[in-house]
Design a protein around this ligand. Structure first.
Ligand code: UD1
Ligand code: CA
Length: 486
C-alpha cells in the first residue's frame, strides 16, 4: 500500500544570484520543462492532498508559470528568505491543519524522481520515523549540510558546512534537503528553531536535531543516485544536469525500442512520446509535445517542435513546428513546416519547401523550392518546382484550394483566393488569378516570340555571336527550333 502525503512543500523562493539572469532560476529549463516544473511533476506522482510551492524572488513570473502549467498547485509567498525552516513555515501557514506525512523538496533539483520520493515516504512510514532525510555519499561534500550519525546508525543531527568543525566537515554523507516529516513534529519543530547559527537563518535541518533530542526516530535513506539530489546554482550546472537528464531520457527510449545512432547528439524533451522501431539519426532535437510513431525515421540534423510524425514516415534535415506528418510521408531535406501543416499519408514535402497552415492530401507532392500557405491540396496533386502560393495581399491572408490530381507546372504563382478544380493543369510559369474548371489547362503567361539574328545585331563580336555563327555554319537546313509550346 502506498502512503499519500498530506502535503508536499517545494522550496523555490531563493534568488539564484549565480545564474546571472533576469529570469528567476526555477524557470530555467532542462529537457523542455522548467526546473520547478520538474520538481512539481515528481511531487505530483505522490498524489499529495496539498502541493505548495514557496516563492519569493521573481514571484510574479513563477506564480504565473505555475498557474499555467500546474493549476492545482498552491503558492505561498516568502517575502524575505530567512532560511529553509522559515520557508516551510510560510507554506504550512497557508495550509489547513495537516495530519500525516509532509514531504519537503527543492524547486531547483530537477533529476529527483517520483519513485525516489515514494521510496523515501515508504521507508519513513515502515520505520515509524518522525523525520526521514534523503542523503547521498559524495566525493566533495563542501557546502552541504553533513549527516551526523549515532553509533547505532540513526541520524543525530544535520550540521551545516558553515557551522561544522573539521571532524564534521570530513563526513561525506550530505543532506539532500529532501525529507519526509510527521506533520505534527514538523510544526512543533518549526516553532522552536532559532537563528543561532553561522548564517543567522532559521534552519529546517534543526527540526531533525530537535526531534532526536525529544527521543523520536530520525532516519535516513541513502540514495545510490546522487544526481537526483543535485541542485542547479549556475549555468554550468544547468548544462551538466541537462546533459545527464538527456542521457536518462534517451536511455529510457532506447530500452523501449527506439534506435539512436548517437544518443549524445540526440535531444529529447521529457514530454515527447516515441513508439517502437523509431530511428533517430544524429543531431535530432524532439521538443514539446512531439510524437513519433512506429518505424518512422527522423534526422540527421532535424528539429521537431510539437510535431506528430506518423508510422513509417521519413523526415530528413528539417525544422518542423506544430506540424502533422502522416503515415509514410516524406519530408526534407531542408524543409520548414510551420504550425497547421498537415501532410496526409504518403504525401511529400521536399527540398527548400516551406508550408504553413495547409493540408497536403494523400500521396500529393510538393517536391522542390515552393511556398505553400493557407492551402488545401488534394490527393495525388503535384506542385511543380518553384511554385508560390501567394496567400497575402499585404493586408489579409487568403486561401487556395488545389483539387485532386491537379498538376501545377513549375515556377507558377497561385494568387489567392483561387481554386483549381480536380484534374486540372496549370502551365509552367503561369500567374494564376482566376482558377480552373475540372480538366482545364490554365496558361497564364506571355506567349514566346523568337527574334531571328538578334544576337548578331545586338552582341556583335561576343562569344555568343561566334557560337551562333558556328552552329549556323554546321546547320543542315533545319531551323533548329524544335520547341513546342502548349
Ligand atoms: C540546504 C540545507 C543543507 C543541504 C542543502 C542541499 C538548510 C539549513 N540547509 O542548504 O543541509 O545540504 O540545502 O542543497 O536547510 N529557500 C527558500 N527560502 C529560504 C531559503 C532557501 O525558498 O529562505 C530555498 C532555495 O530557493 C533553495 C532551497 O531552499 O531551493 C535551499 O536553499 P539554499 O540556500 O540553497 O540552502 P543551502 O544553504 O544550500
Ligand atoms: Ca543550495
Amino acid at each position: 500500500m502506498t502512503t499519500r502525503p498530506a502535503a508536499v512543500v517545494v522550496l523555490a523562493a531563493g534568488e539564484g544570484t549565480r545564474m546571472k539572469s533576469s529570469t528567476p532560476k526555477v524557470l530555467h529549463e532542462v529537457a523542455g520543462r522548467s526546473l520547478v516544473g520538474h520538481a512539481v511533476a515528481a511531487a505530483q506522482e505522490l498524489k499529495p492532498d496539498h502541493l505548495s510551492v514557496v516563492i519569493g524572488h521573481g514571484r510574479d513570473l513563477v506564480a504565473a508559470h505555475l498557474g499555467e502549467t500546474a493549476p492545482a498547485v498552491t503558492t505561498a509567498v516568502q517575502e524575505q528568505q530567512l532560511g529553509t525552516g522559515h520557508a516551510v513555515g510560510v507554506a504550512l501557514e497557508q495550509l489547513p491543519e495537516l495530519d500525516g506525512v509532509v514531504v519537503v523538496t527543492y524547486g531547483d533539483v530537477p533529476l529527483l524522481t517520483g519513485d525516489t520520493l515514494h521510496a523515501l515516504v515508504e521507508q519513513h512510514v515502515a520505520d515509524g520515523n518522525a523525520v526521514t532525510v534523503l542523503t547521498a555519499e559524495v566525493a566533495d561534500p563542501t557546502g552541504y549540510g553533513r549527516i551526523v550519525r549515532e553509533a547505532d546508525g540513526g541520524v543525530r543531527a544535520i550540521v551545516e558546512h558553515k557551522d561544522a568543525d573539521a571532524e564534521t566537515r570530513a563526513i561525506k554523507e550530505i543532506n539532500s534537503g529532501i525529507y519526509a516529516f510527521d506533520a505534527a513534529v514538523l510544526r512543533d519543530g518549526l516553532s522552536r528553531i532559532t537563528t543561532e547559527n553561522a548564517q543567522g537563518e532559521l534552519y529546517l535541518t534543526d527540526v531533525l536535531g530537535l526531534a532526536r533530542q525529544d527521543g523520536r526516530r530520525v532516519g535516513a535513506v541513502v540514495t545510490d543516485d546522487p544526481w537526483q539530489t543535485e541542485g542547479v546554482n549556475d549555468r554550468v550546472q544547468l548544462a551538466a544536469i541537462n546533459r545527464e537528464l538527456n542521457r536518462r531520457v534517451t536511455e529510457k527510449w532506447m530500452r523501449s525500442g527506439v534506435t539512436m545512432i548517437d544518443p549524445a547528439t540526440t535531444f529529447i524533451d521529457v514530454t515527447v512520446v516515441l513508439e517502437r522501431d523509431v530511428v533517430l539519426r544524429p543531431g535530432v532535437q524532439l521538443r514539446g509535445t512531439t510524437e513519433v510513431a512506429a518505424g518512422a525515421e527522423v534526422g540527421p540534423d532535424s528539429t521537431l517542435v510539437d510535431t506528430v510524425v506518423g508510422p513509417g514516415a521519413s523526415v530528413v534535415r528539417v525544422h518542423c513546428d506544430g506540424a502533422h506528418i502522416g503515415a509514410g510521408a516524406t519530408v526534407g531535406p531542408f524543409t520548414y513546416l510551420r504550425p497547421g501543416t498537415v501532410l496526409e499519408a504518403n504525401a511529400k514535402a521536399g527540398a527548400y519547401v516551406e508550408i504553413k497552415k495547409s493540408t497536403v492530401g494523400p500521396g500529393a507532392k510538393v517536391p522542390h523550392l515552393t511556398y505553400v500557405g493557407d492551402a488545401t491540396i488534394g490527393e495525388g496533386a503535384n506542385i511543380g518546382a518553384g511554385t508560390i502560393f501567394a496567400n497575402y495581399d499585404g493586408v489579409e491572408k487568403h486561401p487556395t484550394t488545389v483539387g485532386k490530381h491537379v498538376f501545377v507546372g513549375s515556377d507558377s504563382v497561385l494568387v489567392a483566393p483561387v481554386e483549381l478544380a480536380d484534374g486540372s493543369y496549370v502551365a509552367a510559369g503561369s500567374t494564376v488569378v482566376s482558377g480552373t474548371e475540372p480538366g482545364e489547362l490554365a496558361v497564364a503567361r506571355g506567349r514566346q516570340r523568337n527574334i531571328a539574328g538578334w544576337v548578331a545585331r545586338k552582341r556583335p563580336g561576343s562569344k555568343s555571336a561566334a557560337a551562333a555563327e558556328q552552329a549556323a555554319a554546321g546547320d543542315t537546313g533545319d531551323d533548329g527550333n524544335e520547341g513546342e509550346q502548349p
